[in-house]
Design a protein around this ligand. Structure first.
Ligand code: CAA
Ligand code: NAD
Length: 293
């Protein structure tokens, strides 16, 4: 039984990308955001990304319109009741995710699978909070979702084989390369990537080199597509801070501890690209490094 009706909760950086790729794969997609302003912001993100695909001649303007026609938007959680699969991409906060899944647990039929796009929480902590732990799975996409090929598919000890297989196949239908991961905080990629990002901030605090020079070093020295500070701003410093707090709480290892500079940037609203300023200022044509020392 393939998954055709998809719900996406949260239409920020990740939810907008997940909704886009699902609709591009022909799925009927319904997106839930918290209010009309966020619905419009999310719709704008999807339109912008599809506009980019048209410009690059990846899809035609007609195909863009068809994709947009397959996505509906709502602020009502009830509107997700008939979905085969609901993927949550709300903020990285267990209480917010569990509140959403508990509401959906009451509303959705038995057929609905719940998936989380969490970066660092465990799927078990969400599965344990609902009455369908066998139908809860992790589907961890990467940013930018339309471009990055990987999806980590995560099962808990309670996830049924059928749920796992349907989620795994769904990722493949979206044109992604799924890998199976165990339910540990950070799965595979973030276990390795998060300490690297946090280390870069710690070394900046120590004055090792400037922001653009450290970024340049990793791009030109290692062939990384973007340097660590460009990446932090791209992921969102607010999200990276939440991830670090969760992973540090889980492992109690220094490498996951949020560096003070990251906390200060978030306190000042310097979330990165999405707020216009982070390690760089994005108000002009080119990003300009900021003095954060
Ligand atoms: N949305 C949609 N498409 C995008 C995009 C976006 N935000 N940004 C770039 N693209 C597309 C472009 O349209 C282009 O597509 P085609 O090849 O089909 O024409 C392609 O990506 C390349 O774009 P550009 O040439 O403009 O830019 P680039 O070569 O500099 O690549 C990039 C941009 C793909 C983002 C690249 O810099 C990159 O791979 N960066 C690293 C991203 C990364 O590490 N992501 C993982 C973050 S961690 C995470 O996601 C997990 C977590 O839990 C925090
Ligand atoms: P974001 O801040 O860009 O978007 C989160 C969205 O969720 C916001 O638009 C907010 O209005 C909405 N929201 C909050 N509560 C909601 C609710 N109850 N129902 C519906 N919408 C709600 O964050 P993001 O970067 O898209 O991250 C979302 C999730 O994806 C997080 O769990 C994050 O860890 C994970 N993730 C992020 C990245 C990344 O690179 N940013 C990569 C992979 C996974």
């Amino acid at each position: 039984m393939s998954i055709e009706k998809v719900g996406v909760a949260g239409c920020g950086l990740m939810g907008s990308g997940i909704a886009e790729v699902a609709a591009r794969a022909g799925k009927d997609v319904r997106v839930r955001e918290i209010d009309e302003a966020q619905v419009e912001a999310g719709r704008g993100r999807i339109e912008k990304s599809l506009g980019r695909a048209v410009k690059r001649e990846k899809i035609t303007a007609e195909e863009r319109d068809e994709v947009l026609g397959r996505i509906s938007f709502t602020t009502e959680v009830e509107a997700l009741a008939d979905r085969d699969l609901v993927i949550e991409a709300v903020v990285e906060d267990l209480a917010v995710k569990n509140e959403l899944f508990q509401a959906l647990d009451e509303l959705c039929g038995d057929q609905t699978i719940f998936a989380s796009n969490t970066s660092s929480l465990t799927i078990t902590d969400m599965a344990a909070a609902v009455n369908r732990p066998d139908r809860v799975v992790g589907l961890h996409f990467f940013n930018p979702v339309p471009v990055m090929k990987l999806v980590e598919v995560v099962r808990t000890i309670a996830t049924s084989e059928e749920t796992f297989e349907r989620a795994f196949d769904f990722a493949g239908e979206l044109g992604k390369e799924p890998v199976a991961a165990k339910d540990n905080s950070g799965f595979v990629v973030n276990l390795l990537l998060v300490p690297y990002m946090l280390d870069a901030i710690r070394h900046l605090e120590r004055g090792v080199a400037s922001i653009p020079d450290m970024d340049k070093a990793m791009v030109l020295g290692c062939g990384y597509p973007m340097g660590p500070f460009t990446l932090c701003d791209f992921v969102g410093n607010d999200t990276t801070l939440k991830i670090a707090e969760i992973m540090f709480d889980e492992y109690r290892e220094e490498r996951y501890a949020p560096p003070p500079l990251l906390k200060r940037l978030v306190a000042m609203g310097r979330y990165g690209r999405k707020s216009g300023k982070g390690f760089y200022d994005y108000s002009g044509d080119e990003p300009v490094p900021l003095d954060v020392g």
